[in-house]
Design a protein around this ligand. Structure first.
Ligand code: SF4
Length: 371
């Protein structure tokens, strides 16, 4: 198949859903975690839960980078906007993420020089165009976006740009999966593996999930047929008592990953000893920082960062949702105090956040149906 319509063809979707019903044993339940926020979005956007038998529960994982960033890191980044010489840049999906004293967009409304960029290269261009200012790029994302930050830093160093800084919040997926599997009380049968991250890291880093944790994992694409086929592949493994890494997304994910992207990341980034994740706490070796050779571009070294630690509002249950202990609609604030218009937690902001996905595609639909 070559065209997106083919991955959404109703007759193929119907056939895939029938195959899932044939494979699923009605005497048991299945709990599968889709790790990637892009998958969570696609599941709700295309109404895929309606096609699954009720004994298959999809648990939403920690694969939305905006959602897992603790509030203190947002506050730390925003503290730089108080400096008149700083232009603070970030991706659009960061703009409404709440810190303790407001989101980047609210800081902008109060007069801070906060700008949306579409890539780190845009932030570098801003730095070159404004040599009298200090341009800070709020770098965020898993291995999917880290290579473009690395390449931009290489370009900045080659061009001798002295007023470009990266506040590095890149995180890595494998340590988070270790933390999830170590969470007491979380029962999971299998994983739907992240498609975007795996285009960079490949399939090999997941082999321990099959070998040690004895859980099947299927790396999946993002179209409805991809996801349904991945669920069927998981069911086939469980039925046969197998636990393997399988690659459904072969058209984009090479088994060994993208060597050029991995090399760029390795040249520019080192692994932090530990990093705090919203909901999952401090996870060893789960995030990246700039290597010594790029220290002059490191916002954390160049500026005096306050190192703010901030807890989520006590009633917010973002942590439980991120760990898969609660479904989004089970949070006590969901759809009342916390909505996409007035988000309390980051999961209600990003399109890949599970709370926003449920609210926008299910809760809203239910409200329209009711009334
Ligand atoms: S509804 Fe809001 S407060 Fe509750 S988990 Fe979702 S984002 Fe967090």
């Amino acid at each position: 198949m070559k065209f997106v319509d083919e991955f959404r063809a109703p007759e193929l979707i119907t056939r895939a859903a029938q195959e899932i019903r044939r494979l699923a044993d009605p005497r048991r339940t299945y709990r599968m975690m889709e790790i990637c926020g892009g998958h969570t979005y696609a599941i709700y956007r295309f109404g895929l839960r309606d096609l699954l038998p009720p004994n298959i529960e999809l648990i939403h994982g920690p694969g939305c980078p905006v959602c897992v960033l603790p509030m203190g890191r947002i506050d730390d980044g925003l503290s730089l906007t108080l400096r008149p010489d700083v232009i603070f840049t970030a991706f659009g999906d960061m703009m409404r993420v709440p810190g303790t004293k407001g989101s980047p967009l609210e800081y902008k409304a109060r007069g801070a020089d906060v700008r949306i960029v579409y890539s780190p290269a845009d932030a570098l261009k801003l730095a070159i165009a404004n040599p009298e200012r200090q341009v800070v790029f709020f770098a965020i994302g898993f291995e999917t976006t880290a290579p473009s930050t690395a390449l931009t830093l290489m370009r900045a160093r080659a061009a001798g740009v002295g007023n470009f800084f990266v506040f590095c919040n890149h995180v890595t997926i494998i340590p988070a999966l270790h933390a999830i599997l170590d969470s007491p009380g979380l029962q999971l049968d299998a994983f739907i593996g992240p498609g975007h991250v795996s285009t960079v890291i490949g399939c090999r880093p997941y082999e321990w999930i099959a070998a040690q944790a004895r859980k099947p994992i299927v790396i999946s694409g993002f179209e409805p047929l991809d996801l349904l086929e991945s669920v069927a592949m998981v069911l086939r493994q469980l039925k046969a008592g197998r636990a393997e890494v399988e690659n459904q997304y072969k058209r984009a994910v090479p088994w060994d990953g993208n060597r050029a992207a991995l090399k760029a990341m390795g040249d520019v980034f080192a692994t932090r000893p530990d990093f705090e994740w919203r909901g999952l706490g401090w996870i060893p070796q789960s995030a990246l920082c700039l290597r010594e050779s790029y220290a002059t571009f490191d916002a954390e070294r160049h500026f005096r960062m306050p190192g703010i630690r901030a807890a989520d509002p006590p009633a917010a249950q973002c942590g439980e949702v991120l760990k898969g202990m609660l479904q989004p609609a089970q949070c006590r604030l969901f759809g009342r105090e916390c909505t996409p218009e007035q988000p309390v937690g980051a999961l209600m902001v990003s399109s890949e956040g599970s709370c926003a996905a449920v609210y926008n595609h299910e809760h809203h639909r239910a409200a329209l149906d009711a009334g």
